[in-house]
Design a protein around this ligand. Structure first.
Ligand SMILES: N[C@@H](CCC(=O)N[C@@H](CS)C(=O)NCC(=O)O)C(=O)O
Length: 208
């Protein structure tokens, strides 16, 4: 890391993290060269604590020696900084606002609602699954309503902000799952997805 030129983008991350995967995907879509520095989350480095003293979490993007934390903030930074590359957000301010709304909904509602599924069993798990599916339905329906003519997810053009955000998660809502499967076929997504077998091992270790 010390040897890096200050102009380079360095991503401090963890191979299995979907939050880091988002950032990698955005960097790849925009063709931005970067160095990936793997973090040991069970023994956090001084570098991570120095660059993200508030949350002490990955991802952290270090660009020209300056650190940016929180994946959604990093995505916005990448979009602002490399504005002559494929754009993740639409030009129109209202369209951008709607994308940001659903990105926040996804992070604040959908993702947290998936945690009780892995931490529960039996009837409690069924209830947690139902709550998760319901939020995914709200997400999916909301996007359809807000973007009636052209979906911001997998619309046949280059991948956008919401594609990047949802591409990494595996879920059980069938309509949504079929979109995710299609997304997982995109070359940039394939390149950044962690190896499936390794992922299964870590999920079993963490949650089961
Ligand atoms: N809201 C954060 C979440 C990042 C996050 O949860 N990162 C996890 C890895 S997936 C982490 O660093 N965990 C370490 C910890 O909680 O101590 C983001 O969007 O970047």
């Amino acid at each position: 890391m010390e040897k890096q030129k200050l102009s380079e983008a360095v991503l401090i991350g963890f191979w299995a993290s979907s939050y880091c995967h988002r950032v990698e995907l955005a960097l790849k879509i925009k063709g931005i060269p970067y160095q990936f520095v793997e973090e040991d989350l069970s023994n956090k480095s001084d570098l991570l604590i120095q660059y993200n003293p508030v949350h002490k979490k990955v991802p952290v993007l270090v660009h020209k020696g300056k650190a940016i934390a929180e994946s959604l903030v990093i995505l916005e930074y990448i979009e602002d900084c490399w504005d002559n590359t494929p754009q993740l957000l639409p030009q129109d301010p209202y369209e951008r606002a709607k994308i940001r709304f659903w990105a926040n909904f996804y992070d604040q509602k959908v993702i947290p609602s998936s945690y009780p599924i892995v931490h529960s069993k039996g009837k409690a798990r069924e209830k947690a699954m139902a709550a998760f599916k319901e939020l995914l339905r709200v997400f999916d329906d909301g996007i359809e309503k807000d973007f009636p003519t052209r979906s911001p997810i997998l619309n046949g053009e280059t991948l956008g902000f919401l594609d990047v955000i949802v591409a990494a998660i595996t879920c059980i809502y069938p309509a949504f799952l079929s979109r995710l499967n299609a997304l997982n076929g995109c070359p940039a997504v394939k390149e950044t997805l962690p190896p499936h077998d390794k992922l299964v091992v870590i999920i079993r270790k963490l949650f089961l």
